[in-house]
Design a protein around this ligand. Sequence first.
Ligand code: ZN
Ligand code: ZN
Ligand code: ZN
Length: 83
Amino acid sequence: MTCSSCEVGIDHCHGTLVEHVSGFVECTDTDCVGFGAERHSLVIDCEAVEGGCGCTAHPQLIAQADPSAMGVETPQDQLLRAS
Ligand SMILES: [Zn+2]
Ligand SMILES: [Zn+2]
Ligand SMILES: [Zn+2]
C-alpha cells in the first residue's frame, strides 16, 4: 500500500492506532514501530473496536456510562418491549 506519506518518505503507519480507556495504546499493524497518534491516519478509542474490547468490560462502569450504547439490555428495555 502506498499513500502520499509513503511517496514523500514521512515516518508513518498504515495501521489503526487503538487508544484504550486505560491509557494503553496499540496498533493494528504488527510491524508498527511507534504508537504516536501523529504518525497514524486513523486513531480510534478501543470502545469503537468491532466486537468491543475487554478493557471496557466493567459492568458497573458501563451501566453508568450509557447501557444502550453498549448493546446491554436494561430492565427498563425489557419492560418496554413486554408492554
Ligand atoms: Zn503510506
Ligand atoms: Zn481497550
Ligand atoms: Zn501503527
